[in-house]
Design a protein around this ligand. Structure first.
Ligand code: ADP
Length: 574
């Protein structure tokens, strides 16, 4: 109950501005419950009239029933409409907030949990959470109506009332056991289905590679195995549920049979008149719904609690930690920064160990080192994609822990090896980072990025569609478009992760030229996978075993660092 209350309070935050609709809903519900209680009395009157004196009164009562029934339908119409409004608005708000919270999570959290965890919570759980309003609408109002019926039976005959209390208690117990068991299975089911969703997402994203690897069948088999396992849990759920429904049905039928016997006994012993027995019977048949609605109510409330806790543990940031930023804001940075004795590990995998270096504004510096030596990690740490374990990272002399998100990410661009390009036109892709981008600025950026001539050779020029993930562009063209995107964004610091795949010479030259064009105006850091491309950098930092082991120009390093010399020579041999 405490959990339900807490979750309802949380959900209320998203429902607050729907107060007017909620009030209208409550009024419509109260009216509908009232009408629902009067109906059995009217029906009993009809039966009495039919069995005693056939008169015009019968028609009058029938007419009243007709009007009351229609009034009931109208109230239900309004309850449905108002509740839908509350449901939709709340659902949208929770889903939007959850989406924005997922984007604020620490990258470590995203790495550790598969995408399925978040997709399931964003779609399935938010919808089940907001469903509490539909539950209140259908289940709770039916439940309250049935409480009213109970009271009516109590007023008519205490023995029948007592009998109903006992039989209903037995049925309650059956329902409670059922929901306890099914909820436990449902928890397991949701975890498994998160995994299926995550895997399906990976298959869709990696479809090209899967085809290339000619491994469709092994992926489909793995998917099939996961789905079958999930289905097993679902079947278990259905089986337990079906068993209890069967048991509940038997208990309910037995209860009716015994009720008729009881009514018969009461009537022949003059404890109950025939019309009243009819009213009680009429009420009791509706009590079947009481068990059903109550069972459903418990199940739905538990379902709500489960979904709410899964959604809120992302929103409240307790289980899934959110990124933290400082409050200091820098509009534009100079572009110099420093790593001071930085140590960092991904979980237990220590990657950087006491790394220190300083980069001056507008310098072009390259990082070299064996694959896995931590070059990309340095880039990620600079953008505060992960929090460091020890030491300090300073931008313009200020610890990045003190800076707000915008000051860090708004001043740094990463051009990754395979930058993501959206399925929009070239122009729209560039406008994504600057809404008021002019044609002049766009062309200038593409010229610097050595992409303009290529774009002009396309049939629709800057309006050419690029395809999902930039499929219509080569690796080098994607990188140059990403360079243009960075230039449009005008960030002071550009981190460039050189493509590992061997680009053709012409493409390589174009990228080199693009970087050359930006030199001295931006602080540029390059992760170099081929030393030949960074010979002209102002400085080269050599990374080995989580430390910077040497630094200097290409010529200097060739002379003073054996590791660098070996790297260079092995590359030349290749
Ligand atoms: P480089 O760019 O020099 O090739 P990285 O910085 O990408 O090296 O990786 C350094 C080490 O950190 C590697 O051992 C890699 O397996 C590990 N690593 C990289 N990214 C992650 C991550 N997101 N989670 C866990 N380990 C990672």
């Amino acid at each position: 109950m405490k959990e339900l209350w807490g979750n309802l309070k949380f959900a209320w935050k998203y429902t607050k501005d729907q107060k007017a609709n909620l009030i209208k809903y409550v009024i419509a519900t109260i009216v509908s419950i009232g009408i629902n209680l009067v109906l059995p009395i009217l029906s009993a009157r009809i039966i009495t009239e039919l069995t005693t004196n056939l008169s015009i009164q019968l028609v009058v009562i029938a007419l009243i029933i007709f009007i009351v029934e229609n009034l009931f339908n109208i109230t239900r119409y309004f309850t449905d409409i108002y509740m839908q409004r509350v449901y939709r608005e709340t659902f949208t708000k929770i889903q939007t907030e959850l989406g924005s919270c997922i984007l604020k999570l620490e990258n470590k959290v995203l790495d550790e949990n598969g995408t399925g965890v978040f997709i399931q919570r964003l779609t399935n759980d938010t919808s089940r959470l907001a469903d509490i309003f539909n539950v209140l609408n259908i289940y709770l109002s039916n439940f309250i109506t049935n409480v009213g019926i109970f009271i009516a039976v109590f007023l008519i005959n205490k023995v029948v009332f007592l009998y109903l209390v006992v039989s209903i208690s037995i049925m309650f117990w059956i329902e409670r056991t059922r929901t306890k068991k099914t909820i436990a299975i449902d928890k397991v089911y949701r975890k498994k289905s998160e995994k299926v969703t995550g895997f399906v997402g990976e298959i869709v994203r990696g479809a090209r590679d899967i085809k290339m690897l000619n491994s469709e069948s092994s992926f489909i088999n793995a998917l099939n195995k996961k789905i079958l396992d999930t289905n097993k849990t679902r079947y278990e759920f259905t089986e337990v549920r079906a068993n209890y429904v069967l048991l509940g049905g038997f208990a309910s039928d037995t209860s009716y049979f015994l009720l008729i016997v009881l009514l018969f006994m009461l009537m022949i012993n003059d404890y109950l008149s025939i019309p009243m027995a009819l009213v009680v019977y009429n009420y009791s048949t509706r009590l079947d719904g009481f068990i059903y609605w109550f069972g459903q109510l418990i199940e739905k409330v538990k379902d709500f609690n489960l979904s709410a806790s899964r959604v809120f543990e992302i929103i409240n940031g307790k289980k899934f930690k959110k990124e933290s930023f400082g409050t200091m804001h820098l509009d534009k940075v100079n572009g110099d920064f420093e790593f001071k004795n930085v140590a960092f590990a991904y979980g237990k995998n220590k990657v950087l160990n006491d790394v220190s270096f300083k980069i001056n504004a507008n310098e072009t510096v390259a990082f070299v080192g064996k694959s896995g030596s931590g070059k990309t990690t340095i880039f990620n740490l600079l953008c505060k994609m992960y929090d460091i374990d020890k030491g300090e990272i300073l931008i313009d002399g200020i610890n990045i822990k003190k800076l707000d998100r915008e000051s860090i990410r708004g001043n740094i661009t990463i051009i990754s090896q395979n930058p993501y390009i959206f399925n929009l036109s070239i122009k729209e892709n560039l406008k994504l980072v600057k809404e008021d981008l002019t044609n002049k600025e766009m062309i200038e950026a593409c010229k610097v990025a050595c992409l303009h001539d290529f774009i002009m050779s396309l049939p629709k020029k800057y309006d050419t569609l690029i395809g999902e993930g930039g499929v219509n562009l080569s690796g080098g063209q994607k990188q140059r478009l990403a360079i243009a995107r960075a230039l449009v964004q005008k960030t002071e610091i550009i981190l460039f992760d050189e493509a590992t795949s061997a680009l053709d010479n012409e493409t390589q030259e174009s990228i080199q030229k693009a970087i050359e064009n930006m030199k001295n105006e931006y602080t540029i850091l390059i992760i170099a996978h081929r030393l030949s491309t960074i010979i002209n950098c102002d400085r080269i930092l050599l990374l080995d075993s989580g430390k910077i082991v040497a630094e200097g120009t290409h010529q200097k390093l060739l002379k003073k660092s054996k590791i660098y010399k070996n790297l260079y020579e092995s590359e030349i041999k290749e």
